[in-house]
Design a protein around this ligand. Structure first.
Ligand SMILES: Nc1ncnc2c1ncn2[C@@H]1O[C@H](COP(=O)(O)OP(=O)(O)OC[C@H]2O[C@@H]([n+]3cccc(C(=O)O)c3)[C@H](O)[C@@H]2O)[C@@H](O)[C@H]1O
Ligand SMILES: Nc1ncnc2c1ncn2[C@@H]1O[C@H](COP(=O)(O)OP(=O)(O)OP(=O)(O)O)[C@@H](O)[C@H]1O
Ligand SMILES: [Mg+2]
Length: 279
């Protein structure tokens, strides 16, 4: 199989593992995701899809693939800035919508979030709790539009986020499907470059945008190239802890950190449990 001809979309020159797909795999992955989106919409008897557009790589790639699957009229984008979002990134989101030719709305969510903060002021001091209010408010708005227009909600989560639980329960994960849900972050960047997402968007620093200055790497304590590699080799691949450290040349603490994130977030990947029925 030939190596990829994509321009480099690695974050570092020397990542622990190069997970990029070959040209053939990349084309097949694109086709599979595009058909997946069409099938989800058809099977739901829906007339299209809605998604939150943040200006980040995950939603930009998902929007590109959705337009390929559903056409311009098939996708409705919602850009939902809050007070802690970077204005330049929000205008990137609008530019993406404009260039794709889709219908989009800009919904300022700060007043909505303020209503929650004012309702329980003591909770508003907790940075994560407050950040999650922004994320869950966006989910409510996505479903508001989906219900009214007979659309499904497209998720934008990738495999690195899913396996580490790096998302808000019933927030950005409150969706009807996850088209890029099985791609590691390196592969998200590669596929985005392949479908024509501008390089500055592909290579930007991932952020959840829940508070000013937040970055995924700082909060997780690891960059995505390292998270991807440990997931692929150890958590998904089943190589032992010692072999993973040796193969990837990463610190033991990095492996332990990823395993800890994976284990602690198991509840986010499961249905809410109920006690056994006593029949
Ligand atoms: N063992 C368990 N069994 C059942 N439920 C359990 C549980 N442990 C916690 N919970 C529940 O889960 C809640 C905590 O989960 P949750 O509400 O999600 O909150 P939490 O995981 O604390 O915060 C969300 C994390 O995801 C990150 N995030 C969010 C959104 C987008 C992105 C991004 O990459 O863009 C990243 C964010 O920066 C933060 O680190 C608890 O309050 C509790 O209700
Ligand atoms: N300000 C926003 N407006 C609309 N949707 C948003 C906003 N912030 C986040 N979202 C939605 O939440 C999703 C999860 O955020 P996440 O940061 O993981 O993805 P991203 O911003 O697309 O990519 P990146 O990892 O590069 O930041 C986004 O893909 C998008 O659908
Ligand atoms: Mg983001």
């Amino acid at each position: 199989m030939s190596r990829t001809s994509e321009p480099s979309v690695l974050l570092s020159d020397d990542p622990p593992l190069d997970l990029r797909l070959s040209d053939e795999e990349l084309a097949a992955t694109r086709e599979r995701i595009v058909s997946f989106i069409s099938d989800v919409v058809d099977d739901a008897g829906a007339e299209g899809a809605v998604l939150g557009l943040s200006g980040g790589i995950d939603s930009t790639l998902t929007a590109h693939l959705a337009v390929e699957a559903l056409g311009e009229d098939g996708l409705h984008g919602l850009t939902m800035p809050s007070a802690v979002n970077d204005a330049d990134v929000m205008s990137d989101a609008e530019r993406v919508a404009h260039e794709l030719g889709i219908e989009y709305d800009v919904v300022e969510i700060q007043p909505i979030a303020e209503a929650f903060f004012n309702a329980v002021p003591e909770a508003a001091d907790d940075r994560t709790a407050a950040g999650n209010v922004y994320v869950r408010t966006r989910a409510v708005l996505n479903y508001f539009v989906a219900n009214a227009e007979n659309r499904v909600v497209l998720g934008t989560g990738n495999r690195a986020e899913a396996m580490t639980g790096y998302y808000t329960k019933y927030g950005d994960q409150a969706v009807d499907c996850n088209p890029i849900g099985n791609l590691y972050k390196q592969q998200v960047r590669q596929l985005a470059a392949h479908v024509g997402v501008p390089r500055e968007l592909v290579m930007q620093e991932p952020t959840a945008g829940m508070w000013e200055g937040q970055t995924d790497a700082e909060e997780m304590g690891l960059d995505y190239d390292t998270v991807d590699a440990i997931l692929a080799v150890h958590v998904d691949g089943g190589l032992s802890r010692t072999a993973t450290v040796r193969e990837l040349d990463v610190p033991e603490e990095a492996v332990d950190r990823v395993v800890d994130l994976y284990e602690r977030s198991a509840h986010k990947r499961a249905m809410p449990p109920a006690p056994e029925r006593d029949l």
